[in-house]
Ligand binder design. Structure first.
Ligand code: SIN
Length: 304
């Protein structure tokens, strides 16, 4: 029998498949469809200190092999997440969940992370310094090694649980940003968030997205994500979580060969709500097909 388990920052996952933040809500929407305990874990909707209404609509534009979103970190705020969403989740999810934290200042990141750190069900804090859809926060921290290091330092000081920094691909040297986070004690990095993109409606001659541009994700970005995961894997010693265009068990294995310890699945969940279930069920046979006995043994194998 093949072994699909991996260790992510000291917590064992039965498999490396993790629905990405913003594509899986707070879990219960999908729990109506299948038993989400089959997942490695999932990263819940990006959560900020204050509630956020999000960006004006339209927020979505379709593209070939992908989509653009500009949601703007819509969420009910950390206190409501802790008092309502997490208790509801714990009724049907018996694993540790990954808490995704957004912010607009270093202090806000640290405070929001610190509140979530105290929740029993939270296993990891994924700190999103890469949202391309908000002004004065998000990606502005993830495009400078200095700012990324500052957020990491502040969050690490405020929490006890493993901190995974979610990185932006909209930079020249993503490995330099990852190294800056590692230097301040990050326990892992996840990448890539979405690529900045734009579509124009030929009838109106105006941008489709109200915010003009947004983050491009979906199968089209897989080779870019894979390359960046490999760049970062070669530069740091902490675990790398691979994200970007993953839609099959084969993609998961490829990401792990590039250096990912675990793999987040994003846009695929929006196209096919059973995407993660299908990938997890396909993993053992796909491993056998490629003579892989243990997934944790193939991490970074393409570099060997
Ligand atoms: C959003 O809420 O705009 C998307 C989140 C992200 O891309 O980080």
């Amino acid at each position: 029998m093949v072994d699909t388990s991996v260790d992510l920052c000291g917590i064992r996952l039965s498999n490396p498949v993790i629905p990405a933040s913003g594509t899986f809500g707070y879990g219960y929407e999908f729990a109506e469809l299948y038993d989400i305990n089959m997942l490695g874990t999932f990263s819940f909707k990006g959560t900020t200190l204050q509630p956020r209404f999000g960006n004006p609509t339209p927020r979505i534009a379709e593209c070939t092999a992908g989509m653009i979103n500009s949601v703007g970190l819509q969420n009910p705020g950390v206190d409501k997440v802790i008092s309502e969403e997490l208790p509801r989740l714990s009724r049907f999810f018996n694993k540790k969940v990954m808490a995704n934290v957004g912010g607009f200042s270093i202090e806000e990141y640290a405070e929001c992370a610190s509140r979530l750190d105290k929740c029993d069900i939270v296993g990891w804090l994924e700190i999103n310094i890469s949202c391309p859809n908000v002004h004065g926060g998000g990606m502005s921290f993830g495009t400078s090694p200095l700012a990324a290091a500052e957020v990491t330092r502040a969050v690490k000081k405020a929490v006890n649980k493993p901190v995974i920094i979610k990185l932006s691909p909209n930079v020249t040297d993503i490995a330099a940003i990852a190294s800056a986070c590692e230097g301040e004690g990050a326990d892992g990095v996840s990448l890539i968030n979405t690529l900045l993109g734009m579509r124009i409606d030929l009838k109106t001659k105006k941008p489709i997205i109200a915010n003009r541009k947004g983050g491009f994700s979906g199968e089209a970005i897989f080779p870019i994500a894979l390359r960046m995961v490999n760049d970062v894997y070669s530069a740091v010693k902490i675990p790398v979580v691979g994200i970007g265009g993953v839609a099959s068990a084969e993609n998961v294995i490829e990401m792990m060969l590039a250096g990912a310890t675990a793999v987040e699945v994003g846009a695929a969940n929006l196209v096919e709500p059973f995407a993660c279930k299908n990938i997890i069920e396909a993993l053992p046979l796909t491993m056998e097909k490629y003579n892989i006995n243990s997934l944790s043994e193939i991490i970074g194998g393409a570099n060997g």
